[in-house]
Design a protein around this ligand. Structure first.
Ligand code: NAP
Length: 327
């Protein structure tokens, strides 16, 4: 039987903890789940995300009893990108399940201008009932996303993308909103009892929303971190050195068996739709050519990092709401 996960309150979780959240406990049967026919553990993100949603529900009830507010997110959905519409729909469902409020402002591409979006963001910044603002990317062609994002009040930046929040993280200060995907990965690893201290981690990808903050969060937990990118030579030699591999290159099935050492923990951030309609990640998860049977643990696609990203959006929205003084 797998050993019970230790109760952890790592540095990156302290802001959430201050508002009543805890890293979810995972029952032994979930912790013991393996990729079929192998000893590679499945790092189930759906279970952990559901547990956080349940914590949100309980905390809302408790805070309401104390005169606290129900957290509210407003999503700005500009344009007609079908994938964005699906993501936003999933977010709405998760917010409703958690007992939080959410609103989506839909703006057609033909009505989207930079000035118009800046004015919408300005209004949302001023609204006392709005705790979090999320501008869904990508924006319609020609609209500079960085200008629109920079207009969000940093206290309502529940994505953790703004320089004020990223800057804190870069300084080793975890008191700001953390970017949801890497934050979710850290919670997933903690919940599954994966040790990070003194471990060698390789992050494949250096984007501002995943790779870079991921490396900073791992450093904060005392891993020894290397960041790889498209100009890295001999990626496989690098990742084979790692105890923990975070695959966030956005390249379907980039990492196979030859990229990991036996016993490595592999986190697959990638999300791609194959020609047969099925989803896959940046990691080949098969036994034959992939990491199953070689890695000690692996996040599934879907059901690994994806649900955690939305769960952390809830946690960041709650923290934004409950940081405000009671009115
Ligand atoms: P991105 O902005 O495209 O960044 C990709 C990074 O990977 C870049 O730094 C790039 O290097 C690097 N890269 C590309 N090809 C590489 C290669 N062959 N070897 C090594 N590094 C390589 O992507 P992102 O926004 O970080 O997202 C990464 C993936 O995660 C995507 O598949 C995305 O869909 C997925 N994602 C999933 C979630 C979720 O909730 N599940 C959330 C966010 C993102 P350069 O900097 O040199 O170009």
């Amino acid at each position: 039987m797998a050993a019970a996960a230790p109760r952890v309150s790592p540095r990156f979780f302290r802001r959430a903890q201050a508002h009543g959240f805890c890293v979810p406990d995972i029952p032994a049967d979930v912790r013991a789940k393996c990729v079929a026919g192998t000893s590679t553990r499945v790092l189930d993100g759906r279970f952990v995300a559901d547990a956080l949603v349940a914590q949100c529900g309980a905390l809302v009830a408790q805070k309401k009893g104390q005169g606290g507010r129900v957290p509210k997110l407003v999503v700005v959905l500009a344009g007609e990108d079908p994938a964005s519409a699906v993501y936003v729909g999933n977010k709405e469902k998760m917010f409703a399940k958690a007992g939080f409020e959410s609103e989506t402002l839909k703006i057609a591409s033909c009505d989207t201008t930079l000035e118009g979006l800046l004015s919408v963001v300005g209004e949302l910044n001023a609204r006392a009932d709005v705790d979090g603002i999320l501008v869904q990317l990508p924006l319609p062609a020609g609209i500079p996303a960085h200008v629109v994002l920079a207009a969000i009040d940093p206290r309502k930046d529940v994505d953790g993308f703004l320089k004020e929040n990223m800057g804190l993280l870069a300084l080793g200060d975890f008191s700001g909103a953390l970017p949801c995907t890497p934050f979710g990965i850290m919670v997933l690893l903690a919940a599954h009892g994966i040790p990070l201290e003194s471990k060698r981690a390789v992050v494949v990808g250096r984007s501002n929303i995943v790779g870079k903050p991921m490396s900073l969060l791992l450093l904060g937990e005392d891993s020894t971190v290397t960041v790889a990118h498209s100009r890295t030579t001999d990626l496989a030699a690098l990742t084979r050195e790692a105890d923990i591999v975070i695959a966030a290159a956005g390249r379907p099935l980039l990492l196979g068996k030859e990229h990991v050492k036996a016993g490595a923990v592999v986190v697959d951030v990638g999300m791609h739709r194959k020609s047969d309609g099925k989803l896959c990640g940046d990691v080949d998860a098969t036994f034959e050519t992939g990491v199953a049977g070689k890695a000690s643990a692996l996040t599934p696609v879907p059901g690994g990092v994806g649900p955690m990203t939305i769960a952390m959006l809830l946690v960041n929205t709650a923290a934004a709401a409950w940081s405000k003084p009671l009115s």
